[in-house]
Write a protein that binds this ligand. Structure first.
Ligand code: PMP
Ligand code: GLU
Length: 394
């Protein structure tokens, strides 16, 4: 029998991808499943980006790409960082990867030694914990509260720091809570980090544009944090380009060089056509994709309104991204249609079976009291899904 590595045996399957696969499977069997599990915009990639990709094919962009990305793409990223975030990166500080996911995997691989700790405010994005563990790091989960909009406080940060703390990873806007850290809130965290100059911050800003309150803030905007922050971003969400697989970092040069080296042995440079298309995407004004953000905002109002009418769903008001993360612990210990609900995983599976709605258990995001519902679906689907959920739990 094949003996697999401990590494993969100890690793969890991505819960978001697993739930999406399960929903797809059930749909293929003819079940009328509404998929609210995967964080994926339901829009088509805008035509101006598709046209650039077609042009790139016709222009014979077919060779291996520079490992860290085409120079023209790095320049577009530099322009974007300056224009949208007031960050001044040099070409040597940019690395383009096969999705932000690979960017995060690179960061962990080049920075973690066995036993290094990474602070993960909970809830965190599903893959952070396993990427850290895969690289022999130790995830240090810090539970945040719905009352504080699922945000880490300076006191909590300080209490979680030990001599082994190497990094803190967070996303803002946050997947799965939708929380957005203000500049003042980030400054308060930065003030704590001032006392610990060796800790590196990984600021995942992939939902930057899907922000309903305006004023996106980046940790690297503070002069005293710039040299110790890795800013992670990508085009999957704001440009509806999940399958194109382009993400990138702006980082201290030593880290960027190391990520380049790592990527050079594992995947080489990211896809040539996708990179050419992303040059066009990033060089355009973000206003070209505002219509999607407006629609996400309308859906947020809709889903919050519908959920508020169901007893047992307690939510914060997400200020960005396209998820709600209700606390459903009200149902724990209850029996629904003969099925005992012990935790959020049971509840999410119950909804799949009895409401035909796919969600993701909060356990995958480090919060076993909640479930994640993606509202990157049409308003009709959202209305129908929440109606089914309501019927299934009433
Ligand atoms: N970070 C966060 C917070 C995400 O939600 C995602 C979603 N897939 C990613 C990183 C990875 O994005 P991608 O690999 O598609 O660029
Ligand atoms: N980030 C998305 C999500 O959270 C896509 C799935 C994934 O990459 O895990 O659902």
């Amino acid at each position: 029998m094949t003996q697999l590595s401990e590494r993969v045996l100890n690793m969890a399957t991505s819960a978001t991808l697993a739930m999406a696969a399960k929903a797809r499977e059930l749909k293929a069997e003819g079940k009328d499943i509404i998929g609210l599990s995967l964080g994926e915009p339901d829009f088509n990639t805008p035509d101006f980006i598709k046209d650039a990709a077609i042009q790139a094919i016709n222009d014979n962009y077919n060779s291996y790409t520079p490992v860290d990305g085409y120079v023209e793409l790095k320049d577009a990223i530099i322009t974007k960082f300056k224009r949208d975030n007031n960050l001044n990166y040099q070409r040597s500080q940019i690395v383009v990867s096969t999705g932000a996911k690979q960017a995060l995997a690179n960061i962990a691989a080049v920075l973690l030694n066995k036993g290094d700790e990474v602070i993960l405010p909970c809830p965190y994005w599903v893959s952070y914990s396993d990427i850290v563990k895969l690289n022999e790091g130790i995830p240090v989960e810090v539970k945040t509260s719905i009352e504080n909009d699922f945000k880490l406080t300076p006191q909590q940060l300080e209490a979680a720091i030990t001599p082994k703390t190497k990094m803190i990873w967070y996303s803002s806007p946050c997947n799965p809570s939708g929380s957005v850290y203000s500049q003042d809130e980030l400054r308060a965290l930065a003030d704590v980090l001032q006392k610990y100059p060796n800790i590196i911050v990984v600021s995942d800003e992939i939902y930057e544009h899907i922000n309903f309150i305006g004023g996106h803030a980046s940790m690297a905007q503070f002069d005293d944090m710039f040299d110790r922050t890795v800013t992670v971003n990508g085009v999957s969400k704001a440009f509806a380009m999940t399958g194109w697989r382009i993400g990138y970092i702006g980082a201290p040069e030593t880290i960027a060089r190391a990520c380049n080296k790592m990527q050079g042995q594992i995947t080489s440079g990211a896809n040539c056509i996708a990179q050419r298309a992303v040059i066009t995407a990033l060089n355009e004004s973000p206003s070209r994709v505002q219509f999607m953000i407006d629609e996400f905002k309308a859906r947020r109002e809709l889903i919050l309104d519908l959920l508020s009418a169901i007893e047992g769903f307690k939510t914060n008001v997400p200020e960005g991204a396209f998820y709600v993360f209700p606390n459903v612990s009200y149902f724990f210990g209850k029996t629904l249609k003969g099925q005992l609900i012990e935790n959020a995983t049971d509840f999410s599976l119950y909804l799949l079976e009895h409401a035909n709605v796919a969600t993701v258990t909060g356990a995958a995001f480090g919060n076993p009291d909640c479930i994640r519902i993606s509202y990157a679906a049409s308003q009709e689907q959202i209305i129908e899904a929440i109606k089914r959920i309501k019927d299934a739990v009433s």
